[in-house]
Design a protein around this ligand. Structure first.
Ligand code: C2E
Ligand code: CA
Ligand code: CA
Length: 626
């Protein structure tokens, strides 16, 4: 209980100790500066039994104004009005002295102290009398060598604050200063962390959230969507030709373009939609609780916003933006997959400006293709390919006239891969040369085996458009003829009409050089490449192979029948022999026979077979003819 009685020495030390202990607990508990000051003042008066405790910070302005931060035992505003600055209080109060000297300062018997007789202190003295502050002490708050302010404590006892008490309370003031410094440091630290976090989660050019942030946000949105059973959409906007724009106009203009587009997107985004810049020329927009319809509408709306040309340093630039959409859960159930798929969908929207497209699974396709390409390369190296042969039979005599080599890939994991597909992949991935080389070697080896066995079975090898451009192809084939010692009539080549038409001159040159080896040549898939009659006349070929797409429907389709029939006639008029492929039935065989077609190939005759079962096929076939 506060009392006017002079406390004993023990009492004064013990109240100071009590205050110190409670003050330290306060220090540990407080998490912000204002709260710390308020609690400290409260503890000093309530636990320590002092009459007054006030903390004032001094400003470094002309008047050395004081900001009274917290007060217990009197009204803070009243004190502020009374002692607004050091100048106003003449600086001789313990507070002023503590600030000036950096040391504790005490004033005892204040009512009779001549130092406070001056008119400047009149109102202060009135207050002291009214409240019974007979002695006051002030303790500086030093922060990093600077004096931030002081804490004033007043006691009812006119002889209060002996040295020991002063020392203990000064310790409390030091602890308080330490606490303030600590809290301020925490704030600085938090701000630095926030700045770092901002940097880590934002794009510096546009200040939009970056890819990392989007990823985090998307993951959270997905979790929520899973719990609440609703869909969400991810839109991926890509600025096309950005590198060209950068190159032509410079990087600064490129940056400005991105900034302007970012601003438009940000303005168009509705509350709840999360926009991010996730790549050099790519933005993503996360739409919570949105299905296909809503996503399409939003994509349309944003693309319209982006459609307006952009003005950059006096130039009007048309930035071709396209959008891809992926939906949770239909297209993916995790953030990474959705992002990849929205990105993949952009490719379907491109190159048309202002278009959007939904994910359609082409990414899976691409990934699979990519994987197959890698595996195909290994398959070639590790000899995982197989050479199959499909018989060709002369229609009038029903005798075997030869066989077409068809490559097969028995994938160790996925089983047999469609030949048409991996041939196309090989062509796209520049793997056709090793593949053709493999087939050539296999065909020559097989040709040698049959030749040695006294069998006359010419083998035809398919060549791709890339093979026609391969300058070493002829050399390689020559080398194989030398190696195996095969007569030229046992190896033939099939080249599709469309491959020839891709580069008619190179096609003609290569065929001419092949022909010089003495081999027979086929125009494969005839009818699908639209070669002119004059070109056809120049080609040094021996056979025309009518594509199965005309042959197979020829019984029902008058058009196909006409094409097949006239191709047979044309071939014969040019002095060529004609093969029909895709002969699947007796009816087709009969029709072709009636039209004078020379050779048939197809399931009716025989399917492509592993070379070691070819003998069995031939035995069966010959038996069936008798
Ligand atoms: P292609 O040269 O037109 O080969 C004929 C294709 O028709 C083969 O398909 C064959 O299995 C199929 N076929 C044969 N008779 C019939 C029939 O009666 N009905 C039906 N429905 N189909 C029949 P395959 O083996 O899948 O080959 C597809 C294509 O891949 C080939 O078409 C050829 O262009 C290419 N190809 C195959 N092997 C090779 C190769 O070793 N090198 C190159 N460059 N291309 C090859
Ligand atoms: Ca062929
Ligand atoms: Ca064909």
């Amino acid at each position: 209980m506060p009392s006017n009685k002079k406390p004993s020495k023990l009492e004064s030390v013990s109240r100071a100790l009590r205050t110190l202990g409670a003050g330290n607990r306060t220090l540990l508990r407080s998490s912000d500066e204002q709260e710390l000051l308020r609690e400290m003042c409260r503890v000093i008066t309530e636990q320590g039994g002092y009459r007054l405790a006030c903390v004032g910070y001094t400003q470094n302005d002309e008047n050395r104004s004081i900001q009274w931060m917290e007060c217990a035992g009197m009204d803070k505003e009243q004190l502020q009005a009374l002692v607004p600055s050091l100048i106003a209080s003449d600086g001789r109060t313990p507070f002023g002295t503590a600030i000036r000297t950096g040391k504790p300062s005490v004033a005892r018997r204040v009512f009779t102290n001549p130092a406070f007789a001056a008119p400047a202190y009149a109102r202060l003295m009135e207050l002291a009398k009214a409240k019974g502050y007979a002695s006051t002490a002030a303790f500086p708050l030093q922060l990093e060598g600077e004096i931030l302010g002081a804490i004033v404590i007043a006691a009812a006892d006119p002889e209060g604050f002996d040295d020991e008490e002063l020392e203990l309370l000064n310790e409390l003031a030091d602890d308080l200063a330490y606490g303030i410094a600590n809290l301020r440091m925490q704030i600085k630290h938090r701000k630095a962390q926030e700045a770092i976090a901002h940097l880590a989660y934002h794009d510096s050019l546009t200040d939009l959230p970056n890819r990392t942030y989007l990823h985090k946000q998307l993951e959270e949105a997905i979790q929520l969507a899973k719990r609440q059973h609703h869909p969400l959409a991810l839109l991926y906007f890509e600025v096309g030709q950005f590198h060209e724009i950068n190159e032509i106009l410079g990087h600064r203009s490129g940056d400005q373009l991105i900034q302007q587009l970012a601003q438009r997107l940000a303005e168009a985004a509705k509350p709840g939609e999360f926009l991010a810049r996730i790549g050099e020329a790519a933005f993503a927009l996360l739409l919570p609780i949105t299905g296909a319809d809503g996503a399409a509408r939003e994509a349309q709306r944003f693309l319209e916003v982006l459609h307006e040309p952009v003005e950059i340093s006096g130039l009007t630039i048309d930035a071709p933006v396209a959008a891809g959409i992926a939906l949770f859960p239909g297209h993916g159930t995790d953030a990474e997959v959705l992002l990849r798929r929205a990105n993949a969908a952009v490719d379907r929207a491109k190159p048309a400006r202002g278009r959007y497209a939904f994910y359609r699974g082409q990414e899976q396709e691409n990934a699979r293709r990519l994987r197959l390409v890698g595996e195909l390369q290994r398959a070639i190296e590790r000899n995982e390919l197989r050479l199959y042969c499909q018989p060709k039979v002369a229609i009038p005599s029903r005798q075997l006239s030869g066989a077409e080599t068809l490559v097969r890939w028995e994938h160790p994991l996925h089983g047999s891969i469609d030949t048409g597909e991996f041939i196309k992949l090989a062509e796209q991935a520049a793997l056709i040369t090793p593949l053709t080389t493999w087939v050539l070697e296999a065909a020559f080896r097989q040709g040698y085996v049959w030749h040695e066995a006294g069998l006359h079975r010419p083998l035809s090898v398919n060549l791709s458009v890339h093979d026609l451009r391969d300058s070493r192809l002829i050399e390689r084939i020559q080398g194989l003829f030398s190696t195996w010692g095969l007569p030229p009539e046992l190896i033939q080549f099939e080249i599709t009409e469309s491959a020839l038409m891709e580069d008619p001159k190179t096609g003609l040159d290569t065929l001419t050089r092949l022909k010089e080896l003495g081999v027979e040549l086929y125009i494969d898939d005839y009818g699908t490449g639209y070669s002119s009659l004059s070109y056809l006349q120049k080609l040094p070929v021996d056979w025309i192979k009518i594509d199965q797409s005309f042959v197979m429907p020829m019984v029902e389709s008058g058009d196909s029948a006409l094409i097949v029939r006239s191709t047979i006639e044309l071939g014969h008029n040019l002095g060529l022999r004609v093969v029909a492929e895709g002969v699947e039935s007796q009816a087709l065989w009969d029709q072709l026979a009636a039209w004078g077609c020379d050779v048939a190939q197809g399931f009716f005759v025989g399917k492509p077979l592993p070379t070691d079962t070819f003998d069995d096929w031939e035995t069966q076939w010959l038996r069936a003819q008798t």
